[in-house]
Design a protein around this ligand. Structure first.
Ligand SMILES: Nc1ncnc2c1ncn2[C@@H]1O[C@H](COP(=O)(O)OP(=O)(O)O)[C@@H](O)[C@H]1O
Ligand SMILES: [Mg+2]
Length: 400
């Protein structure tokens, strides 16, 4: 298969084995997995749980901030999963409806990466609170819907994860909810904003929004010891016994703590090192596999910056090409890309435009396109990827 060849050539390893042979549960390496216990975040867990409980005090909002991979998302989701205070009326991963004393309220969680415009955020909040999939396509109507439901409640806590993804330059989103009580006097509305930016508050001020009164909860990068515990826990759940050389986890933890303290990076390197050892048909995962995984990771970060900053159509064109590779198609023509693109985006573009996007990607050296003659059918371009399609799809996974 074209894809496999590309990836292995890229990693400089020979393909003899099976990338999955060392795993017992790959799910634990994904972002959707929430461990039953978290390492080194007791203080943060307690602060968030207390916040959800002390609804009388929640006229102050909360800001959770810290670099990526410091556990912000997993801690909040863990607290929601394990929330047992008060009288719980309903609970799922998007919301908890509960009573504290005689006050009834709701906690709503949403990740703005999935809802990157203000309209989509309020629409999603309205959908969650009203339990209906309706879309009005209108900001004010969505706010009215939320108001109608919030009147039935004493408090409403809205957790907006990855708030940095929302385009809210004039602060309409944040100000609407942070000043909810000015209109809806009987409902306390609290925002919990989660940001990867260390200077989020300063940025709000720069955007002329300085009235955001909040409790601040910083998340700091993990040190080597914490990373080691996180990785050991994950390895126990996801990797078969006796597969990892003893040096592997301390080695990854040392590299990652020096570089970023990002648990996601550590987990990613561990998983890839195990896959590479599987592909090589090695007996064990050793430091060398970690080194290969690390250099692949470095490249993927650099390359990721290039391709996530491509315009929308070029990103989709590239995604179409990567998908064609995965479908075992090793003679990809402009016509194939055109068909796949339409399937993906559903938009009316011409084949001519797709050919332009392909030229742009060629110029950036992400793909190559070789003109070949097809006899009486004229000339066509055969497209080849210069990077592994898995890497491309992984980078574009949340982007399009
Ligand atoms: N304290 C922890 N204990 C166990 N796993 C953790 C911990 N912190 C982070 N992780 C894991 O690291 C990855 C990144 O964490 P995440 O919460 O998504 O970071 P952030 O939201 O700060 O970018 C996830 O897979 C998560 O499960
Ligand atoms: Mg997060």
């Amino acid at each position: 298969m074209a894809l496999q060849k590309t990836l292995y050539e890229f990693l400089g390893i020979s393909n003899r084995g099976n990338s999955n042979k060392f795993f017992k549960n790959e799910f634990v390496f994904t972002n959707n997995f929430i461990p039953d216990h978290l390492i080194g975040r007791k203080k943060e867990i307690d602060a968030i749980a207390k916040y959800l409980k002390n609804v009388e005090n929640t006229n102050k909002h909360m800001l959770i901030f810290g670099k990526t991979g410091t556990g912000k998302t997993v801690v909040v989701r863990w607290v929601m999963n394990n929330f047992g205070d008060g009288n719980i009326i309903y609970k799922d991963k998007e919301k908890i409806i509960y009573k504290i004393g005689d006050k009834k309220g709701i906690v709503i969680y949403l990740s703005c990466r999935q809802y990157p415009t203000r309209y989509r955020v309020v629409n999603k909040i309205a959908q969650i609170i009203s339990e209906s999939d309706k879309k009005t396509q209108n900001w004010s109507k969505e706010i009215e819907r939320i108001r109608a439901y919030s009147k039935l409640l004493d408090f409403m806590i809205i957790i907006l994860d990855e708030i940095d993804y929302v385009d809210d330059k004039d602060n309409l989103l944040i100000s609407t909810f942070s000043r909810w009580g000015e209109i809806e006097e009987n409902t306390i509305c609290s925002l919990v904003l989660i940001s990867n930016k260390i200077h989020f508050l300063q940025e709000l001020e720069r955007r002329a929004f300085s009235s955001f009164q909040c409790l601040q909860l910083p998340f700091y990068p993990y040190n080597a010891e914490e990373l080691q515990q996180i990785l050991e826990h994950r390895a126990k759940l996801g990797i078969k016994d006796g597969v990892l050389d003893d040096e592997v986890i301390p080695y990854i933890s040392a590299i990652v703590s020096r570089e970023s303290g990002d648990a996601r990076q550590g987990i990613g390197i561990l998983k890839l090192a195990v896959e590479i050892a599987g592909i090589e048909d090695a007996d064990k995962v050793v430091k060398r596999h970690v080194d290969i995984a690390k250099s692949y990771g470095n490249l993927s970060v650099l390359f990721g910056e290039t391709i996530t900053s491509l315009p929308y159509h070029e990103r989709n064109t590239l995604k179409a090409i990567a998908l064609l590779y995965l479908e075992n198609n090793n003679m990809i023509t402009t016509g194939d890309v055109y068909k796949k693109y339409k399937e993906l985006v559903g938009a009316a573009v011409t084949q001519r435009r797709i050919a332009d996007y392909i030229s742009d990607l060629t110029m950036l050296d992400i793909i190559s396109a070789k003109e070949v003659s097809r006899g009486r059918y004229g000339r066509t371009r055969i497209i080849d990827l210069k990077y592994p399609p898995e890497m491309i799809l992984e980078i574009l996974k949340d982007e399009i």
